[in-house]
Design a protein around this ligand. Sequence first.
Ligand code: ZN
Length: 289
Amino acid sequence: MGDYLIKATTNKGMVRAYGVISTQTVKEVCERQDTWATASAALGRTVTITAMMGAMLKGEDTITVKVQGDGPIGGIIADGNAKAEVRGYVTNPHVDFDLNAFGKLDVARAVGTNGTISVVKDLGLKDYFTGEVPIISGEIGEDFTYYFAHSEQTPSAVGAGVLVNPNHSVLAAGGFIIQVMPGATEEVIQQLEEQIQAFPAISTLIQDENTPEDLLQLLFPEEEVKILERLPLQFHCGCSKERIEQAMMGLGNEEIRSMMEEDHGAEVSCHFCNEVYHFTEEELQALIK
Ligand code: ZN
C-alpha cells in the first residue's frame, strides 16, 4: 500500500479529521538523513504532522515547521504543501537512546523539553502566517496539540507515531489530526474530549497494515466517518542547481571569492535530500554580482 492521507468529517460535520499512513515517506526521509532510531521517530512524527498541515492548505501554499528543542538532536525542519509532498531533516541524525519508562522510543529526550515549535505558512502574494509556541513535552504530538490550541485557536488532538525495526529501519508511520469546527455544539466538544481520552495508542493505530480510513474509524468507532478527499503522500524535494545558486548568492561576494581561491570550486549538498551540487570556479565567478 502506498502512502496517502485522507480528509474527513465526523460527528455530523462538526469535527474535521485527517488521517495518514506515511510509512514509505518517513522511510525515505530517514534513509536520506541516515537517522538512528530515536531520531527517526522524532523526524518521522514531525514529517507526518507536517504532511497533514500541508493538506490543510490550498493551491501553491507551503508550510515550514521547525521544532527547535534543547535535546541532542538539534533542530528538526519539515516542509509540506497542499499536494501532499513533504520533506524534512534533523541537525544531528545519529541520536538513539534506550526505550523510555513506557517502552517507547524516547523522543522527548532526543528533542528536549525546552524550546519552540514554529510554523511559517507561505500563502502566496507575500502573505505569510507565522506562529510559535513553547515545546511542552518534546513528544511532538502533544506539542502540536498545544500549538493548534494556542497559535491557531483551533481545539485539536494531534497524534503521530513511527515504529522502528531493531536495525533502525522504519517499520510503520502514521498519524491523525482531529479538529473541532467553528460552530460545534458544547455537547460535541465534550463528547470529543471524552473520546480523546479513550483513543487507542498511536502505535496500535499504525501497525497491522491499517489504512488511514481504518485509523479514523478506530478513533471514532461509533461515528460515521465521511471521507472528503484522498491524497497520495510522497517525499519530494524541490531543490535544483538554480535554487542552490540563489542561496549561494545570498552568502555574498566575499564568501564566493574565498571558495574560488581556497577550493577552486564548491560542493554544496541539499539539507533535505542530500543531493550534492558541484560548482566549478567559472560557475562561482558567474555568481558574483
Ligand atoms: Zn534537495
